[in-house]
Design a binder for this molecule. Structure first.
Ligand SMILES: Nc1ncnc2c1ncn2[C@@H]1O[C@H](COP(=O)(O)OP(=O)(O)OP(=O)(O)O)[C@@H](O)[C@H]1O
Length: 282
């Protein structure tokens, strides 16, 4: 049986009341063509919902399809089967309601911090003054007011990534999609960035979908951790993180954090073992 005929039709999900569920991933399969033309699923019949204001982490081993799934919500990838609904609309492409932050900051190197952040609002038709005011507010929120006039290459990696977050927030998106945004940073900077993202999120009340393969990061940040299987990715556990907020790095020392971390670790281990057995010669 071919992979294509194995992929089921999506199960219809009734439309929910507007304002409740912000992201609705409905039985999504995403497949890529391999050499020889065979379609191979990277993500297999994944369904989950994210409520407005939630912080959700997608956690899974390398290659399980986390970025592919995030890209489908961003509108960069089209599901082979199923659909992604944001608000009340089926996603057919990128939109200003979803800001995206990647592992690399991808700033305009010739523009100042302020101009980088103001770029989105300018493109959306805001006056220079209004776009500048939006940029100033966000730059202050990410703690970079003193570097507003600097060019990106003069900033550290962590500072550049804070600019990228401010830029992604500049069009006032309801949703922030973050693909391993702190993956390229050193451990200390990463901790500072995690705490500062939590503070920013509490201020803005934005819905966040955050991809990581770092268990501690997922448990520290998320309201729910969606643990994915090794490729093709499926969700094997929707784990509620019942740790009180505000959370800081101190949170990671507590017994409840360690128990949740352990649960994720066991799941990831099982998945990695299955993946290894699936590719290992007998
Ligand atoms: N554009 C593409 N063309 C072909 N295959 C792709 C494409 N994008 C992703 N894939 C494949 O889909 C699978 C999932 O990739 P994806 O990048 O989503 O995984 P991931 O979980 O985000 O991995 P990592 O943590 O290493 O970034 C991989 O096997 C990858 O090779």
């Amino acid at each position: 049986m071919s992979i294509i005929s194995m992929i089921r039709k999506p199960v219809p999900v009734p439309l929910r009341e507007a304002g409740e569920v912000e992201i609705d991933v409905r039985d999504v399969t995403i497949a890529f063509e391999r050499d020889g033309g065979e379609l191979v699923p990277a993500v297999d019949r994944v369904s989950f919902q994210v409520r407005r204001g939630e912080f959700i982490c997608l956690l899974g081993p390398s290659g399980c399809g986390k970025s592919t799934l995030l890209n489908a919500v961003a509108g960069f990838e089209t599901p082979y089967e199923g659909e992604v609904v944001v608000g009340t609309k089926v996603v057919t492409g990128p939109g200003p309601d979803r800001g995206v932050v990647f592992q690399q900051p991808r700033l305009f190197p010739w523009k100042s911090v302020r101009a980088n952040v103001a770029h989105g609002p300018r493109m959306a038709g805001k006056s220079r003054a209004d776009a500048g005011a939006i940029a100033d507010e966000l730059i202050e929120m990410v703690g970079l007011s003193r570097s507003a006039k600097a060019l990106p290459h003069t900033l550290s990696g962590g500072m550049q990534q804070r600019v990228a977050i401010a830029r992604a927030l500049a069009n006032r998106p309801n949703i922030l999609l973050m693909d391993e945004p702190f993956g390229a940073l050193d451990a200390q900077t990463r901790t500072v960035m995690q705490e500062s993202l939590l503070r920013l999120w509490a201020q803005l009340d934005t819905t966040i979908l955050f991809v990581t393969h770092d268990i501690d990061e997922a448990v520290l940040l998320a309201d729910r951790v969606l643990v994915m299987s090794a490729g093709p990715g499926r969700i094997v556990r929707d784990l509620a993180v019942d740790l009180p907020r505000p959370r800081t790095i101190e949170t990671t020392l507590g017994a409840r954090f360690q128990a949740l971390r352990r649960e994720c670790l066991d799941l990831i281990r099982q998945q990695s073992q299955k993946a290894f057995e699936g590719t290992h010669d007998a």
